[in-house]
Every structure is written in structure tokens, then in C-alpha cells.
Design a protein. Sequence first.
Length: 286
Amino acid sequence: MSDYPELQQIIEGAIFAADTPLSVENLKSLFEGEQPTRGDIREVLTAIEAGCSERGYELCKVASGYRFQVKSRYAEWVSRLWEERPPRYTRALLETLSLIAYKQPLTRGDIEAVRGVAVSTNIMRNLLEREWIRVVGHRDVPGRPAMYATTRGFLDYFNLNSLDELPPLSDIRELEPNIEALDLGEELIQVKTLELSSDESPGDLLDDEKLDQVAEQVDVIQRNIKRMFNPEPDEDAQGTDQLAQASADLTENSKGNAGTFANVPADILNAAFAEDDSAHESDDES
């Protein structure tokens, strides 16, 4: 095979120790002098892969090279070693990433045209920071928008060797009825309705007499407010007296009907009664 009798152990140790997947070229560069051939290394990798069949981990080939990883069927138990939860991605981020993966290269405008909404700057920044997408050029149109495509990091993260391994769009469409069952980190708007029993109508919930009282008193308040902000030049003094009298009547009528003004905005009431107080102060000074 080669001049390295422990070639398999060396390669195993290197893959275990590496933070990122190692390609055949990376593994070959570990040796000085007479290096093992690419065929020798691939033969060793095949033997290592076969030796993992009965283990809890496997040798996986991704876009960047080879790495050891826990078999997915054991993830439920192994994941308990870490307290922090895996990141959750919003529906908007996943849709944006999917469009780039299947239709690359795309500009931000292309994505917005398909999704029908603006693409958040945070989404594009997150994808770039995670090194899942990169700028591969600029479209030759006014503004020269950047064109985005996926990276090897994207393939590595999703355990893919190439874009050809992406699931066909036809398979994804079959999953659409079940998409609502997925927890994609976005809260859905809950529609709330008022339910009435069959022997109850909306009119039964209102007191007609009190409703008339509120409507009449709100009309008085509106007239008073109009006089405050739009007084007639020749009728200022007369308007002030009328406003004071109306406010006094309103105050008198409201006694014993504390609940009547429960739904009248406080600023409107305060404005009306404040004018009443100023009118009384003017009378006292005179």
C-alpha cells in the first residue's frame, strides 16, 4: 500500500483532531518526503468507513472533505451533553436560503420578487456571517446589485456533498400540507372571536338608556372642545359663559353615574372640565 504501516491510524487521528472536514489533499499534506498516493488514502478512507458500521459514529464525506460525526439515530441522547439548545431559524430565513440554494445566483431583488415581501437586512447578514452564502458577482444593471450563491460551509452544515443532493422540489411540495406543524421559531397570530350563545344577541349586551346618555354627553363635550379651539371673535365672552354652564351641567348630570364615562377618553373629559375650572377662576377674580 505505502511506506506507512500505520497509515489508517494516522488518518483516523487527523480526522478526529481536525475542526473542519479534511480533503484528500489535506491528508496527503500531512506526510513529508514520500507521500502516500491519493489512491492509498482513498482506500484507507473506505476501510475506515466500513469499520464504523458497528460504531456510534460514522465517517461522512461532505463538500469540504471527510469528517467523523455521530450517527443521526443517536443524536437524541448525545445532544444532552450540551445545555444550550441548537439555533432556531425563522421561516423567512429558511425561505431565503432555500431560494438561493435552488435558484442561485440570485440578487436580493430576485428573492423579494418571489417571496413578495422585503428581505430583512438581518437575514442576509446572518447568512453571510454563518458563511452559508457569499457574493459571487454583481448583476450588470443600474445599481449593480450583489448576486448570492451558497458555499461549501452550507453543504457541510446540511451534510451534503454537492447541490445535486438537495431534495427535488417535487418532494418539498409534497411536504407543504405538513409545514404548519413545524416549529420554525415564529409566533403565529391567533385569531380571537367573541362567542355568543344562541339566545343572546349583541344588542342585549348594551343598556339603551345609558348609551343615549353617553352619546348626549359626548356631543356636549365635542361642542365645548370646538368652542375652546375655534371661538368666534365676537362671542368669546359669551362662549366662555356657555362653556362654563355646560360643564357645570355636565358635572351635575354625571353625579351618580360614575360608570357612564367609563369608555370616554380621559383627555377629552379633562379638557372639558379644565375649561370649566378656568371659567370659575375668572369669575372669582372678577
